[in-house]
Design a protein around this ligand. Structure first.
Ligand SMILES: Nc1nc2c(ncn2[C@@H]2O[C@H](COP(=O)(O)OP(=O)(O)OP(=O)(O)O)[C@@H](O)[C@H]2O)c(=O)[nH]1
Ligand SMILES: [Mg+2]
Length: 270
């Protein structure tokens, strides 16, 4: 059973954190996507529709207690894994969340058990150093290692790319920055080769920077929907709507996220 779970990132850390009694009574699965009142979970291959147990809903005091994408959960499976009930969430290694301006909920969960967060910024007019700093602050606050990917390098000259790298270096000297292009393919293979088996990565960045296009390139298929940015403002159209965990061929787990409209105290939702 462990072997299959390892395919989607399970390791000794989670095994040691799990409660013996709950492991004994339930199976363990990973949350692949979260919908309104349900989730999609996996035990290593295939996906199962899962709902929350009454007790989990009743005892949860905040959104923090409910599963988010990337979480490990205790669940029971029925009818040949056709559906499942989730009883609880295993302790989290990390939790990526952000502040929102909502009245009742003041933060939003982005994903759990993420080892590395790739912050995408495009090398065109949408580049914004202050926004990048806010993303970095959010990722650092959550104790996750950030990586910066400078997308759409095909839209800038080599000199311009160097200038943008310098600007990033001035605010984040210790963080690796990789310019790449989904269009020309520059550095895409290098990014692919750098992804570690069994580790979970999250792609974040404004709408239209090319997160889903990169995911499709890494997958080698046009599995997920992408959309051209608005020609009027050069902004994305908020194409991705669900945070979804995907397994690459080499065993890396990747969470694609919807582009964030704003980040910080005045944030509105995704
Ligand atoms: N020139 C150029 N265009 C790109 C590149 N990567 C993506 N695009 C285009 O940018 C547009 C937006 O790409 P998406 O992958 O949908 O962007 P996203 O970050 O997933 O956006 P949301 O899902 O809305 O958050 C698409 O038309 C892509 O073809 C790139 O490296 N160079
Ligand atoms: Mg997308």
């Amino acid at each position: 059973m462990m072997d299959k779970l390892e395919r989607v990132g399970f390791d000794d850390w989670f095994h040691d954190q799990a409660e013996t009694e709950l492991i004994h009574n339930h199976e363990i699965a990973r949350v692949v996507a979260v919908h309104r009142d349900s989730c999609a979970v996996t035990k290593g291959d295939g996906e199962t529709y899962a709902e929350y147990s009454g007790n989990l809903l009743y005892t949860s005091e905040s959104p923090l207690d409910l599963p988010t994408t990337g979480d490990w959960v205790y669940a029971d499976f029925y009818e040949g894994d056709a559906h499942a009930i989730i009883y609880g969430v295993l302790p989290r290694k990390t939790l990526l969340k952000r502040k929102t301006a909502g009245k009742r909920v003041d933060f939003q969960l982005i994903g759990a058990n993420i080892d590395f967060t790739c912050i995408l910024q495009s090398a065109d007019d949408n580049f914004n150093l202050r926004r990048l700093e806010r993303y970095l602050a959010m990722v650092n606050e959550c104790g996750i290692t950030p990586v910066i990917l400078l997308s759409k390098s095909d839209l800038a000259s080599a000199t311009e790319v160097e200038e943008l790298k310098k600007q990033i270096f001035s605010v984040a000297p210790e963080i690796s920055v990789t310019p790449f292009s989904n269009k020309s393919g520059e550095n895409v293979e290098m990014i692919k080769d750098s992804l570690l088996k069994g580790k979970t990565y999250c792609l974040i960045g404004s709408s239209g920077v090319g997160k889903t296009t990169l995911l499709n390139r890494l997958l080698g298929s046009e599995k997920f929907i992408t959309q051209t940015v608005s020609s009027k403002h050069g902004k994305g159209k908020h194409t991705t709507t669900v945070r979804e965990l995907v397994r690459l061929e080499n065993g890396t787990l990747l969470i694609d996220t919807p582009g964030m409209r704003e980040l910080g105290h005045m944030a509105v939702d995704i």
